[in-house]
Design a binder for this molecule. Structure first.
Ligand code: G3H
Ligand code: 13P
Ligand code: ZN
Length: 307
C-alpha cells in the first residue's frame, strides 16, 4: 500500500471516537515491531520521525526502511515529521516524501508561531501534505524546546491560531509532558479545557503529545536488570481512552517504545551474559515493541480493525 496523508484516517477516527497511534521510529527493529503490530491489529498507523531520528538514522535510510515495510503492508500508513523545528526541515521532509509534518513553534510568541506555521502550510498544502502545529507548552524537554512549566492551550487562542494559519491539526497542552517522569503526585489532565477547545473547533482533529503511559512492568524490568529508571509515571490508560473518545485523533508514543525495548535488552543481557550476537537481543526487543504497540492500538487507541 502506498503512503497516505492522515485526512481520511482522522475523519474516521473523529467520527468513531478512537485515535490513531503515532509511534516514533529510530531504527529497523522499531519500524518492524510497529508495522507487525499494526498488521496484526488491522489498524491504520502513523510512523513519526523526529529531528533526532533523522540525525541518528538519516532521512534516506528511514524512508527506505518505511518503503520496505509498505511493500509488505496492507494497512494505511502515514510518515510524519515529529516536532519540526524550522520551515527548512519541514520543506526537506515534504520534498523527501513525508505525507505529514509537524511545525513546532510552541516556544515562540503567538504571532511568531503563527507566521512560521503559516509559512509551512503555504509550502505543504499545494504539495498535498498535512500540517500539524502546536499551541501551548508541554513541561519537560522536547529536543529543541524545553520548558520548566506547562502553559496550557487557551481555547480562544486555539481558534484564532487555526483560522489564521490554516493548519490541519493542533497539538494541545492539557497536562501531558514528554519522557518518563510526567507527574509528581496524582496524574491529572485538564479535560474541561480539552472539551472547550473541541467545542470551539468542531470537527477539527486534536493531537496529544507526551502520551506514553510508562507501564510499571517495563520500569520494574529495567530496574530489576541493572537499570535505574527511578520514579517514572505516565498518563494512565483510561485517560488516554477518554481523550481518544473526544476530539483527540492522534496519540504520540515514544517513551513506551524506549522502555519496552530497553527492558527487553537488559533482561536478555543479564540472562545471557555469554551472548554477543546483536540478533539474539534485538529479536526479542523487536517482539517487545510489537506486543506493546499492539496492546496500545487495541486497548488504548481503540483502532483495531479500522484499517
Ligand atoms: O517528543 C519527542 C520525541 O520523544 C522524540 O524524541 O527528539 O529524542 O527523538 P527525540
Ligand atoms: P512520550 O515521551 O510520552 O512518549 O511522548 C512522545 C511524543 O510526544 C512525541 O512527539
Ligand atoms: Zn511530542
Amino acid at each position: 500500500m502506498p503512503l497516505i496523508g492522515p485526512k481520511d484516517m482522522f475523519e474516521r477516527a473523529y467520527r468513531g471516537g478512537y485515535a490513531i497511534g503515532a509511534f516514533n521510529v529510530n531504527n529497523m527493529e522499531i519500524i518492524q515491531g510497529i508495522m507487525q503490530a499494526a498488521a496484526e491489529e488491522k489498524a491504520p498507523v502513523i510512523l513519526q520521525v523526529s529531528a533526532g531520528a533523522r540525525k541518528y538514522a538519516g532521512q534516506k535510510y528511514i524512508m527506505k526502511l518505511v518503503e520496505a515495510a509498505l511493500d509488505e503492508s496492507d494497512v494505511p500508513v502515514v510518515v510524519h515529521l515529529d516536532h519540526g523545528p524550522s520551515f527548512e526541515m519541514c520543506r526537506d521532509c515534504i520534498d523527501g516524501g513525508f505525507t505529514s509534518v509537524m511545525i513546532d513553534g510552541s516556544h515562540l510568541p503567538f504571532e511568531e508561531n503563527i507566521a512560521m506555521t503559516k509559512q509551512v502550510v503555504e509550502y505543504a498544502h499545494p504539495r498535498g501534505v498535512w500540517v500539524e502545529a502546536e499551541l501551548g507548552k508541554l513541561a519537560g524537554v522536547e529536543e529543541h524546546v524545553s520548558s520548566a512549566d506547562h502553559v496550557y492551550t487557551d481555547p480562544d487562542e486555539a481558534v484564532e491560531f487555526v483560522r489564521r494559519t490554516g493548519c490541519d491539526s493542533l497539538a494541545v497542552a492539557i497536562g501531558t509532558s514528554h519522557g518518563a517522569y510526567k507527574f509528581k503526585g496524582e496524574a491529572k489532565l485538564d479535560f474541561p479545557r480539552l472539551e472547550k477547545i473541541a467545542a470551539k473547533l468542531p470537527g477539527f482533529p486534536l493531537v496529544l503529545h507526551g502520551a506514553s503511559s510508562v507501564p510499571a512492568e517495563f520500569v520494574k524490568m529495567c530496574n530489576a536488570y541493572g537499570g535505574n529508571v527511578g520514579d517514572a509515571q505516565g498518563v494512565p490508560e483510561d485517560m488516554l481512552r477518554k481523550a481518544a473518545a473526544m476530539a483527540v485523533c492522534k496519540i504520540n508514543v515514544d517513551t513506551d517504545i524506549r522502555l519496552a525495548l530497553t527492558a527487553s535488552v537488559r533482561k536478555y543481557f543479564t540472562e545471557h551474559p555469554e551472548q554477543f550476537d546483536p540478533r539474539s537481543y534485538l529479536g526479542p526487543a523487536r517482539e517487545a515493541v510489537k506486543a506493546m504497540v499492539a496492546h496500545k492500538i487495541r486497548d488504548v487507541m481503540g483502532a483495531s480493525g479500522k484499517a
